[in-house]
Design a protein around this ligand. Structure first.
Ligand code: PGA
Length: 261
């Protein structure tokens, strides 16, 4: 894992956007794995700025989102499709049909999940997967206890996640109980993972992910097995890392050719 601690959320998000922009400039046909939630929003704003001001083009880019609520129509403002459309897709030059999310309205969920996996494979696999982490250590909607080898499937949200996401729905009662999510095995096949976490309420999950044992009890910890996982943090989210100073020292003394900026 490459743990990078930046001065604040804005700086960490800009670095995340630079990593994605570099990939797109090297491979105009890259496949991006995208995430929802509050965490990636500043990074998405930076990508939109780069598109408008620096000519960063997404016209041959394919995207796959991590997850979607079951039972929410894409037109529902709380669906992840709506979120992605509003915060990113509608501002970019993505081709029609190039952006994929699990189909939360699918009648046959296992078949639809298998088709999602097949579509990722057919696109050549995810080149870079953007991730956040839940307060309970979840990656995408792989709640604690998820198999580290899991594939795209139906999951039931934990009470902690329902509470955290009720801010988007107005009440806990309105949060769907079921989701379709890429599995941890699916995420681990991405060639590169970039995980963002900000704020002190993520510090415990970040510590368990980076320094805890690899365990289904903290699904994020599976990234310790990923060959190219970059963990982008602000100081607060890094607050419980016992090796925090070491991560800062590593970044400060990196040779220029290893730097992302
Ligand atoms: P958040 O969600 O970015 O809204 O904190 C992260 C997650 O649940 O993975």
């Amino acid at each position: 894992m490459e743990v990078i601690i930046k001065s604040d959320k804005a700086e960490a998000s800009k670095l995340g956007a630079k990593i994605i922009a570099r990939l797109i400039r090297e491979n105009a046909k890259a496949v991006l794995g995208l995430a929802t939630g509050s965490t990636p929003l500043p990074l998405y704003r930076e990508l939109v700025r780069m598109h408008r001001e620096e000519g960063l083009s997404f016209k041959d880019i394919t995207t796959f989102n991590l997850d979607e609520y079951v039972g929410l129509d894409p037109a529902n403002p709380c669906s992840f499709y709506s979120e992605m459309h509003k915060n990113l897709f509608c501002h970019l030059d993505l081709a029609k049909g190039a952006s994929h999310l699990p189909d939360g309205m699918a009648k046959d969920i296992p078949t639809s999940c298998a088709a999602y996996e097949a579509a990722i494979k057919a696109a050549g696999g995810v080149d870079l997967q953007l991730l956040g982490i839940g307060h309970d250590g979840h990656l995408a909607f792989n709640e604690p206890g998820s198999s580290l080898a899991s594939r795209t499937r139906l999951k039931t949200l934990s009470q902690k996640t329902i509470k955290a996401n009720s801010r988007f729905f107005g009440s806990e009662a309105k949060v769907p109980r079921h989701v379709m999510t890429m599995g941890l095995g699916t995420i681990m096949e991405a060639k590169q993972c970039v995980l963002l976490a900000f704020g002190k309420d993520k510090a415990e999950a970040v510590r368990d992910m980076v320094e805890g044992p690899v365990s289904a009890s903290c699904p994020g910890s599976v990234l310790q097995f990923h060959e190219q996982a970059i963990i982008l943090l602000d100081h607060e989210a890094a607050g419980k890392l016992t090796r925090k100073q070491y991560y800062l020292d590593v970044y400060a003394s990196k040779p220029a050719w290893q730097l992302w900026e």
